[in-house]
Design a protein around this ligand. Structure first.
Ligand code: PEP
Length: 246
C-alpha cells in the first residue's frame, strides 16, 4: 500500500515573510498523519523553514550531479543537506526547458540527491505539441528510461508526471488520460525494475492541481499523490489538497 504524498513546489517564490505559510502548512500536515506532506523551497528558505516546519520535510528544487566544483550559481546536494533539506525535486520541466537539462543530467542529479540521503522527486511530462502528435506516452516513458537513477527504490524516489501544458495553466488532462499515463509509467517502471520494485514507487500527478480538482485526480488509478505549484504557496490553497489526500 503506497501512502499518498502531497508535495509543494514553490519555484522562485518565497521570502522570509512567507514562513507563516510554511508553519500553517506544517500544522495541517501534522493534523493529517495518514498523508505525507513536503515542500520544495527556494534554497535560501530551506534553513529558516526547517526552524518552523516541525516534522514536515522541506527541500530544494534542484541539485548538481557533482558534490562541489566550478559550477557558478549551482547548488550541490550536500549544501541542501547542510541547510536541513530532506528532499530534492529534479528534472522539473521548467529546468529542462530553461536550463536545457537532459535526461542524463536529471539521472545524475537524482543519484547525487540519493547519495546524500535526500528523497528525490523526479519530474517527467510531455509538451502540448507532443500530446497532440500522439507521442505523450512515448515521450514520458523515454524520459523515465533516460533519467531513472541507478538503484531506484520507492523508499526514496517518487516520479511526478507533469504534463508541461497543464503547469500553471488551469488546464488538466482528463481523469482517463491521467490514469492511462500513470499506468504507462508503472508499466515502464516494471520493465526496468521488476514488478515488486515498481509497485513501491509513488507516481505523483502535477499540473494545475487545486482544492477543487484534487480529490478526483488523486482517485485516479496509479496516482499516489500530487506535486503542486501555485496552489502550494499559501496554506488556504494547499491545505484543502492535503485534506483531499487524507
Ligand atoms: C509545478 O510546477 O510543479 C506545478 C505542478 O505547477 P502548478 O501546480 O502551478 O500547475
Amino acid at each position: 500500500m503506497r501512502r499518498k504524498l502531497v508535495a509543494g513546489n514553490w519555484k522562485m517564490n518565497g521570502l522570509k515573510a512567507s514562513l507563516p505559510q510554511v508553519e500553517a502548512i506544517a500544522a495541517a500536515a501534522a493534523a493529517h498523519p495518514g498523508v505525507d506532506v513536503a515542500l520544495g523551497l527556494p534554497a535560501t528558505l530551506i534553513a529558516p523553514a526547517v526552524a518552523v516546519a516541525g516534522a514536515m520535510p522541506v527541500g530544494g528544487q534542484d541539485c548538481h550531479a557533482n558534490d562541489s566544483g566550478a559550477h557558478t550559481g549551482n547548488i550541490a546536494a550536500p549544501m541542501l543537506v547542510e541547510a536541513g533539506a530532506k528532499l530534492v525535486i529534479v528534472g522539473h520541466s521548467e529546468r529542462r526547458a530553461d536550463q536545457g537539462e537532459t535526461d542524463a543530467d536529471v539521472k545524475g542529479k537524482a543519484e547525487a540527491g540519493h547519495r546524500h540521503g535526500l528523497d528525490v522527486i523526479l519530474c517527467v511530462g510531455e509538451t502540448l505539441d507532443e500530446r497532440d502528435a500522439g507521442q505523450a506516452e512515448a515521450v514520458v516513458t523515454a524520459q523515465i528510461a533516460g533519467s531513472l537513477p541507478d538503484g531506484a527504490d520507492g523508499a526514496w524516489l517518487s516520479i511526478a508526471y507533469e504534463p508541461v501544458w497543464a503547469i500553471g495553466t488551469g488546464r488538466t488532462p482528463t481523469e482517463a488520460d491521467v490514469a492511462a499515463m500513470h499506468g504507462a509509467i508503472r508499466a515502464k517502471l516494471t520493465d526496468l525494475l521488476g514488478t515488486d520494485a515498481a509497485s513501491k514507487l509513488r507516481i505523483l500527478y502535477g499540473g494545475s492541481v487545486n482544492g477543487a480538482n484534487a480529490a478526483s485526480l488523486l482517485a485516479c488509478a496509479d496516482v499516489d499523490g500530487a506535486l503542486v505549484g501555485g496552489a502550494s504557496l499559501t496554506a488556504d490553497k494547499f491545505v484543502p489538497i492535503i485534506e483531499a489526500a487524507a
